[in-house]
Design a protein around this ligand. Structure first.
Ligand code: HEM
Length: 415
């Protein structure tokens, strides 16, 4: 056992037993962050704050929510919204945070792409980040079902039906996921379990892994400069803080992030108070009705680009049926960004504006995603259907063909 002496302070008492100072230094006091970064590197901390908001408001909502197909709609729309004190506030905060977290996730991920933060030793940060994106998508989808309104019901119908496209076991798989032949009470209760229990546990585990993956390669910086963190940390600790290229996570980095988080929370509070409507579909204020299909079914804004890729392939090609092509393309789109470190064949880590071809590619990808998102909400008829088709093909081509080609050219040009 460790040699325990009479403690000189409360801190010393804890240090002798659980090495508190050492733990603090490893986690924050001597965890080094480059100085050369800007507000775009605050997105990770904003995401952590948003996840906490979702967790806490979710706990409050689950106290009154009833996971039963006969009671769910009323428990949300009457009990929580009208009877429970401040229930409306927790619901609006939860819905707005769920929507905004995707906006910040997209910004965070595309900042990573712009600065090449997914390569040269940072691949595991990227992969764990993409896993977070996938599990967050499942978390958002399962949560969307819980109010058991028309959109909850019909979105569940469309998405679960997609699994019917899996060869041989498709129909059995759909029935297994639904827990019934059609979307019904057992479907609601299993998605409730996923939303409030299993997926949050998985998310917390992956967030911890994501943080851990940052430890060895450290975060990137505005120039993609390779920093010798040990040397720069020594400089900082020896008192030469001015010439050192790094600052500690606390107080240097996090105190500045608190300022960005505060600005963000002003924006968030404004949305919760005055613009919560964008996070709640009006059709979902009608109770689920299996006998009445809404004229137009679409997901929340953050899934529209994937939904448009699903609908983009609206005609059979050779032996492949349109529905199977669309489902395959959408399944690929969902996991496509996982493979960024593979499509990018160049090992240059630099901001996109210093990599000509990549810069053009980056903005084409963003424009394409915006087009997919806009058209994902429109009816897929006539001209719209063709825009959907061409922008879906463009998405696949940009990742699978254009990026490898321009990055191979970049690599060859650098030799
Ligand atoms: C709730 C989800 C997430 C949380 C809480 C989170 C948190 C963080 C934090 C705190 C950082 C360090 C500071 C910063 O660069 O912002 C970071 C870095 C990073 N994250 Fe995430 N992240 C999440 C999702 C994602 C996703 C979806 C991706 C994309 C695939 C991703 C990719 C990255 C990358 C590449 C870095 C390193 C940035 C660099 O080296 O400059 N993260 N994340």
């Amino acid at each position: 056992m460790a040699h325990i002496t009479k403690a000189t302070s409360v801190k010393d008492w804890f240090d002798q037993r659980i090495a508190l100072t050492k733990l603090w230094n490893v986690l924050a006091g001597q965890y080094w962050i480059p100085k050369n970064i800007n507000f775009l590197w605050a997105m990770g901390v904003i995401l952590t704050v948003l996840f906490t908001v979702l967790f806490v408001t979710g706990l409050l909502l689950v106290m009154y929510y009833k996971p039963d197909a006969n009671l769910a709609f009323d428990s949300v729309n009457y009990t929580i919204m009208q009877e429970v004190e401040y229930g409306w506030l927790w619901r609006h905060m939860h819905a707005v945070a769920a929507s905004v977290i995707f906006l910040i996730i997209y910004i965070h991920a595309f900042v990573g792409i712009y600065y090449g933060s997914y390569k040269k030793g940072r691949e595991m940060i990227w992969i764990s980040g993409m896993l977070l994106f996938l599990v967050f998508s499942a978390e958002a989808f399962s949560g969307y079902m819980l109010p058991w309104g028309q959109m909850s019901y019909w979105a569940a119908q469309v998405i679960t039906q997609l699994f019917g496209g899996v060869p041989v076991i498709g129909d059995a798989l759909v029935e297994w996921i639904r827990g019934d032949y059609a979307v019904s009470d057992p479907t609601l209760t299993r998605f409730f379990m996923l939303h409030v229990c299993l997926l949050p546990i998985v998310l917390i585990m992956i967030i911890v892994i994501h943080f851990y993956t940052l430890r060895v390669p450290h975060v990137n910086n505005l120039e993609g400069e390779e920093i010798d963190f040990e040397l720069e940390a020594e400089k900082y600790l020896s008192g030469d803080t001015k010439n050192s290229k790094v600052i500690p996570f606390w107080p240097g980095f996090l105190s500045k992030d608190f300022m960005y988080v505060s600005f963000f929370m002003i924006f968030f509070t404004y949305l919760v108070g005055f613009h919560f409507g964008f996070a709640m579909d009006p059709i979902n204020f009608d109770p689920a009705n299996a006998a009445k299909t809404p004229t137009h079914i679409y997901p929340e804004w953050y899934f529209l680009w994937q939904y448009e890729i699903l609908r983009g392939f609206f005609f059979d090609i050779g032996p492949m049926k349109a529905a199977d092509l669309g489902a395959l393309a959408m399944a690929f789109a969902g996991i496509s960004l996982f493979f960024m470190p593979l499509y990018d064949r160049s090992d240059v880590v630099a901001p996109a504006h210093k990599r000509k071809g990549f810069f053009v590619w980056f903005w084409l990808l963003i424009i394409d995603l915006i087009i997919l998102t806009v058209y994902g909400k429109l009816p897929p008829t006539g001209f719209n259907a063709w825009i959907g088709f061409f922008s879906s093909v463009a998405y696949l081509a940009l990742l699978l063909v254009v990026l490898p080609v321009i990055t191979i050219m970049e690599r060859k040009g650098n030799k």
